[in-house]
Design a protein around this ligand. Structure first.
Ligand code: ZN
Length: 135
C-alpha cells in the first residue's frame, strides 16, 4: 500500500496528545507514528518521539539513529511505521516547501499540528493531498 492511496487516518485517543505537542513547544517537535495500515486506512497506535536535530521553530530533522530505534520498536510490537508527526510553532498545519521535499523522501502519512489545528497529509503527484483525520 502506497501512502498516496490512503484515504483516512485514525488516531484514537492520541488526538488530544497531538494537539498538546503543538501547544507546549517553542521548537518543532517530531515523532514517528507507529501503527497499522488496514485497507486504505492508516491507524496510529503509538508515537515515538525523536529529537529534532535542527532545534528550530521553523524546521526539523529527525535524528536518524532514533528513527531506527522507532522502527525496531514497531517491529517488536507487530506494528509498522505509518507516518511522521511534527508540529508547527505557527499555523497553519499544512506542509511547508521543506515538508513537501521531505514527503518525497518519506512517502508516508504526515500529520502536522499547530495550536489551532491538526491535519493529515499524504504525498500526491509531487505535492500533498489532505486526508481526513479521525479519532
Ligand atoms: Zn512542517
Amino acid at each position: 500500500m502506497k501512502a498516496s492511496k490512503l484515504d483516512r487516518v485514525r488516531v484514537g485517543p492520541l488526538a488530544t496528545v497531538l494537539k498538546m505537542y503543538a501547544v507546549a513547544s517553542e521548537v518543532e517537535r517530531v515523532a514517528i507514528m507507529l501503527g497499522v495500515i488496514e485497507g486504505s486506512e492508516a491507524r496510529v497506535y503509538s508515537l515515538y518521539e525523536v529529537e529534532n536535530l535542527k532545534g528550530s521553530p521553523v524546521k526539523f530533522e529527525a535524528d536518524p539513529w532514533q528513527v531506527v530505534q522507532a522502527s525496531k520498536t514497531a517491529e517488536k510490537y507487530g506494528l509498522e511505521i505509518v507516518g511522521v508527526f511534527h508540529t508547527h510553532t505557527s499555523c497553519p498545519a499544512s506542509p511547508s516547501p521543506k515538508d513537501l521535499e521531505g514527503m518525497k523522501a518519506w512517502p508516508y502519512v504526515w500529520i502536522i499540528a499547530c495550536k489551532d489545528e491538526v491535519r493529515a497529509w499524504v504525498p500526491s503527484e509531487g505535492s500533498a493531498r489532505e486526508i481526513p483525520l479521525e479519532e
